[in-house]
Design a protein around this ligand. Structure first.
Ligand code: FMN
Length: 358
């Protein structure tokens, strides 16, 4: 039988198969960041559908780190009761769920502030003071405490997609001259401090995970070699699992091609080439790969060739929450066509997440 459907262990957590639902915001929490009943039902459906590990959509660790309307919060104790209902719904169906902790930095809708002053085409952001950086680190810790109260099986630090951790990592976005900027060691200081704080709060009882960019796809940003060095260092520090993603501030679409693999069997896995570069640096820490993976044959190649341990997907589970059961019973591929209507401006934060093609 395929390894994909066999149980797998991440640190102290056993999951029922190698499928991971990558963090996906449903952009439908209420104005205070409290998850609505429809969101709880979405997670119940995913667990019923057989996915091994669910990563909840990102949650802001402090109000100033909110990325968009409808984003869920974990910044206050009043966020906890509904999150507990959500994790209960997943556990009732044999699933495991970790939450994704985030701070939007420059991408905040409350206070645009990040490593340095930053000027984009349509907005400007200010630089955080060192004291503000320290406060953000503490808030990641407070949010981890709440995640434990809310029954999550672990936490994932959002270190990708142009939010605060990836802003600090990127020399495109980070021009600080203090201990948080300059060389890579300094640029990864925020990540190290967040990791240490989260670990100090949750101990070894649950896994601490990271989603990281393999590349920002910016001409002057975070590169795959830097990603491998950061991933290696944080895995040595004790991280339980790393998920390989990509894209951040300064992204140029054509540069995405450099992350692809030459192997046609891995053609749909958009970051497979870069994942191979990073893989050696992170062993034996479990690695998940996300972006574009749709067919069972590609998933099989990924685990058989030992490119990654876990198959992570987002959009396919919006269309088919029971995708894992379908693949197990013979469906050859996810039906998702990657049209991106699920996250388009027409629907984002205006209605509950759903597939608009199915
Ligand atoms: C509607 C939507 C919401 C998303 N929300 C998050 C999120 O909260 N955190 C995150 O790390 N990535 C988020 N992503 C990115 C996905 O986790 C994933 O990296 C990306 O969609 C590529 O994987 P896929 O090809 O399997 O969809 C989101 C994607 C979509 C389409």
């Amino acid at each position: 039988m395929s390894l994909l459907f066999e149980p797998y262990r991440i640190g102290s957590m056993e999951i029922r198969n190698r499928f991971m639902r990558s963090a996906t915001t449903s952009y439908w929490s209420d104005e205070r960041g409290i998850v609505r009943p429809e969101i709880i039902e979405l997670y119940r459906g995913l667990a019923e559908g057989g996915v091994g590990l669910i990563v909840k959509g990102h949650q802001y660790v402090m109000d100033s780190g909110k990325a968009h309307r409808g984003m869920a919060g974990i910044s206050h104790d009043y966020h906890v009761p509904q999150l507990l209902e959500l994790t209960d719904a997943v556990h009732e169906h044999g699933g495991k769920i970790v939450t994704q902790l985030n701070h939007a930095g420059y991408n905040s809708i409350v206070d645009r502030a990040g490593p340095s002053e930053y000027r984009a085409e349509t907005w400007e952001a200010r630089a955080l003071t060192a004291n503000e950086v320290h406060e953000i680190v503490t808030r990641f810790g407070d949010a981890s405490d709440r995640a434990m109260e809310a029954g999550f099986d672990g936490v994932q630090i959002h270190g990708a997609h142009g939010y605060i951790v990836s802003q600090f990592l990127s020399k495109h976005a980070n021009h600080r001259t203090d201990e948080y900027g300059g060389n890579l060691e300094n640029r990864m200081r925020l990540l190290n401090e967040v990791y240490d704080e989260v670990r100090a709060r949750v101990g070894d009882r649950v896994p601490v995970m990271l989603k990281i960019n393999c590349d920002d796809f910016s001409p002057d940003g975070f590169t795959v070699d830097e990603s491998a060095r950061v991933a290696e260092a944080i895995c040595k520090r004790g991280l339980d699992s790393v998920e390989i993603s990509g894209g951040g501030l300064g992204k140029q679409e054509p540069l995405r091609r450099r992350a692809m693999s030459d192997d046609p069997a891995l053609g749909e896995a958009n970051f497979a080439g870069h994942a191979a570069t990073i893989r050696g640096a992170t062993r034996p820490t479990p690695m998940a790969l996300v972006n574009g993976i749709r067919s069972l044959s590609c998933m099989e190649v990924i685990v058989e060739k030992d490119l990654a341990d876990l198959i992570s997907m987002s959009r396919p589970f919006i269309r088919e929450p029971d995708l894992v059961k379908r693949l197990e019973s013979g469906q050859e591929s996810a039906h998702c066509i990657s049209c991106d209507l699920c996250g388009s401006g027409d629907v984002f934060s205006k209605m509950m997440l759903r597939c608009h093609v199915a």
